[in-house]
Design a protein around this ligand. Sequence first.
Ligand code: NAP
Length: 304
Amino acid sequence: MLTRPLGRTGLKVSEIGFGAASFWGHPAFPEAEAQALVHRALELGVTLFDTGPAYSRGRAEPRLGRALSGRDIRGLVIATKVGTRFEGGRVRRDMSLSAIEASLEESLRRLGLDVLPLVHLHGPAAEELTPDFIGGLQRLRGKGLFQSLGVNSFDPAVIEAALALPQIDTVMVDINVLRPERVVLAGRAAAAGKGVLAGMPLAMGHTAPSAWRNLGIRDAWYLARALKTHRADMVAGRRFRFLHGRPDITGAQAALAWTLGVPGVSSAIIGTTRLAHLEDGAAASGLALPPDLAAGIATAQALS
Ligand SMILES: NC(=O)c1ccc[n+]([C@@H]2O[C@H](COP(=O)([O-])OP(=O)(O)OC[C@H]3O[C@@H](n4cnc5c(N)ncnc54)[C@H](OP(=O)(O)O)[C@@H]3O)[C@@H](O)[C@H]2O)c1
């Protein structure tokens, strides 16, 4: 597994990161299988683990803490979020500094850490990134609660606002073959000295031809999520079916190679509940995207 520097944070991250979220953290996904994935990720050289207190109905972050408990976590970049939590059956948003401080302390406890290596504001509004707010976050950093600070948003205006702030170290954006417009944004972020992390690098699996063929509980869950929030991606993904079924590179590896080829990207954070998929994705580190696939992707993107 190759590593890359994460902007100017001084951190290095594996090219493939592990997303401790979604169905991985869901109570219906067995704890033993979830933990086995984290342990295999560690064996494969994954050093970046991304989670959040609101993920998987609040179950993902404590599950990641349990999976990492007793392991050698030196050198790992364990990233979490602030600004959202799961409470009363739904995700609640609270960007107040008091809520963020409480959230940081809870995350430290759940993850079994003394300091959080990396924390992202989870979907802030651009107008919330005021000097007072950023100053307050700096005070929390000064208390030793976290080291690096980022912004996770899929809204380009929010990312643009973050680029102007020297206190923001990283941005986490959805970067995948369905989002070619992110190439410019990632480049601008990197030029501003920010570490760039790619979330949803597999476009949630929407390019895969067989995604819903054998509907088990996890695939039904993925399908329900897609129908609820990502119908357009399900349709757009069909244009990228050609990525799959080749002898030299799997479809997921091709998608990851494209994302890792976006200038500025430090790591592609995948979500998976299958060991074979984790191993397949991890093997994408260092892979070059075959030129004919690169050309095919560019053509399919131009049609979007
Ligand atoms: N989604 C968001 O809104 C969001 C927001 C912020 C940050 N992030 C970060 O990004 C991470 C990844 O996002 P994501 O899970 O939503 O999307 P993703 O990684 O783009 O796609 C996950 C989907 O791809 C499938 N998959 C994984 N590896 C595969 C392989 N090698 N071959 C074929 N299919 C494969 C997974 O199914 P299997 O389980 O069957 O492998 C799952 O259905 C999150 O865990 C989180 O850390 C996401």
